[in-house]
Design a protein around this ligand. Sequence first.
Ligand SMILES: [Zn+2]
Length: 157
Amino acid sequence: MPILEKVDRLADARAWYGDMPVESLYTAGIAGERFLRAIKDEGRLLGTHCAHCDITYLPPAIYCERCFAELNDWVEVGPGGEVHSFTVMAVGPDGAPLERPVVVAFVQLDGADGGLIHYLSDVDADEVEIGMRVVPVFKPAGERRGSILDITHFKPA
Ligand SMILES: [Zn+2]
């Protein structure tokens, strides 16, 4: 049966026993790599700006999703920002209650039209508010690996 042949009865489907001989390599993409390198090497947050639409993308994009223009205007955003929304997690991914609640916030960075979803710490969960001013906390330069977790969390400004 060719791979693209439609199976009408489940019993006609073939099974593959053992390991699938498939490998995948995921990348951050062109804009994502530059964004993560700026965090790792410089402790800066970079977005891309579309002059036509006057939108600054964060995370950065290599083309404008509104007018499809190629974006080459890299701009520094933040580091400060504002809590746009947040949630307080009391249960971990395994379903077990957490020792302390964890706050995850969508932070809109100054100068950007987008933002980052990240941990919000150094504040009691009951004190978090929409509009709260926050700043990122970066790992020390020698410990950064080119990951969004090179920002350990955001904290109140
Ligand atoms: Zn545009």
